[in-house]
Design a protein around this ligand. Structure first.
Ligand code: BGC
Length: 421
């Protein structure tokens, strides 16, 4: 295992790039009247078939790591029924990475779950941690001997809780800006009322507790339990693999009178998860922007401040700041598993990467245990409820002809590997 190599790469999630994840809850919701999706993912970037060529592009640009997800709904399409061919598909992705000198960083769950899990109560049900651990066990048994360095159990474990908080603010007609994901929260609030009937028809339950549903404190405890159970299994079967959890964390700042609100959000977004991650080997940071609080609460970006396609502030310094803050209370390894910008101007992306990655390398050079940086995302992709409207990619996507064309930012990211390692 190449323990010391600093990782520089890009990240994707199966549901956003593979195409045709027909057994997932999200795929199901894409076709529901109350699902809230702008457009369906269809064959996405067809990464399910193009992964070898895509990984070759990463290699040619000079990257040395790739974070991608295994899709639970492909591997366990029905409860307790595992699909060996789909598992082999993901093993082949690992092997393709090895052939090209790319370190695979695996995520076991990235927002999408099998449809059957939702019929069983989804991410609010007491049975879910054991189901998740069962899936983790099947995967781990197949990863024996593959020398996997890092596995992220759950992507942005706090997302449902964050969404619940923002929805509450919207219901109270206050500001809802700043969430680091392409979800339309106003629409979600409206749809919730109509959803029960359709959920019953489609999932057999009135409340479809998918991973990005507004989460209750009970659901939050379920997610933490799922992580802990899966981590135990992974440590037992793959003792040399480092296991960690990912959270969505913004760089929380304040002006006069705003410290209390900023501290409250840090507690909710990060500190509150410390008991669940205390035995982990690493923590996966996902950060895109900052939030500034005043005595009146969260401020909008200042007039004239640059904003990204996502509507939040352009603020690449967040990576360095969040690394420092997380390290105050978590002493294991740190990986930036997501950081990036949605923009149609690739020169802005290059600038963003340069600032973000220089901040990360500064932390590393000072001796902080930061071990890698994965830009989100490898390719322009399906940004959940925002559909194909966001351009996060280092590679552009011609969906009609499935042509994947590297942008200058891809080789710019690779140049850090060549020149700065
Ligand atoms: C998620 C990704 C998403 C990205 C950009 C993160 O919240 O993990 O799936 O595409 O942010 O919005």
């Amino acid at each position: 295992m190449t323990e010391d190599k600093f990782l520089i790469g890009s990240a994707t999630a199966g549901g956003q790039v593979e195409g045709n994840n027909t057994n997932s809850d999200i795929w199901t919701q894409e076709y529901m009247k109350t699902g809230g999706y702008k457009e369906p993912s269809l064959n996405a970037a067809d990464h399910y078939h193009t992964y070898r060529d895509d990984i070759r592009l990463m290699h040619e640009a000079g990257l040395n790591a790739y974070r991608f997800s295994f899709e639970w709904s492909r591997i366990e399409p029905e409860k307790g029924v595992f699909d060996e061919a789909e598992m082999n598909h993901y093993l082949d992705m690992v092997h393709a990475c090895r052939e090209y000198g790319i370190e695979p960083v695996i995520t076991l769950h990235h927002f999408a779950s099998p449809k059957w899990l939702i019929s069983e109560g989804g991410w609010e049900a007491d049975t879910t941690p054991a189901y998740f651990a069962g899936y983790a066990e099947y995967v781990a048994e197949h990863l024996k001997g593959e020398n996997i360095r890092y596995i992220v159990t759950i992507n942005e474990a706090n997302m449902g809780t964050l969404i619940a908080g923002y929805l509450e603010k919207i219901m109270k007609h206050t500001e809802g800006a700043g969430l680091q994901i392409g979800l339309d929260l106003e629409k979600m609030a409206e749809q919730q009322k109509l959803a029960k009937k359709e959920n019953l028809e489609v999932f057999g339950v009135e409340e479809a507790a998918v991973f990005t549903s507004p989460r209750t404190p009970h659901g939050d405890a379920i997610v933490c339990e799922a992580h802990k159970k899966a981590a135990e299994v992974l440590h037992r079967i793959l003792p040399d693999t480092k296991v960690g959890l990912s959270l969505s964390v913004r760089d929380l700042q304040y002006t006069e009178g705003g410290k209390e609100s900023a501290d409250k959000d840090w507690e909710k977004d990060f500190l509150h998860y410390l008991p669940a991650i205390q035995d982990d080997d690493f923590f996966a940071i996902q950060t895109y922007t900052r939030a500034v609080f005043s005595a009146e609460g969260e401020l909008d970006p200042a007039p004239g401040a640059p904003v990204t396609q996502m509507g939040y502030e352009y603020y690449p310094e967040c990576t360095e700041h969040v690394i420092r803050r997380v390290h105050e209370s978590f002493k294991g390894d740190l990986l930036i598993t997501e950081n990036g910008i949605a923009t149609d101007d690739d020169t802005v992306r290059v600038k963003y990467i340069e600032t973000a990655l220089n901040g990360v390398l500064k932390c590393r050079d000072e001796g902080l245990p930061v071990k890698g940086y994965m830009y989100w995302s490898f390719i322009d992709n399906w940004e959940w409820q925002s559909g194909y409207s966001m351009q996060f990619g280092l590679v552009s996507l011609d969906r009609e002809n499935q042509i994947h064309t590297p942008k200058p930012s891809l080789s710019f990211l690779g140049s850090f590997c060549r020149n700065r390692m």
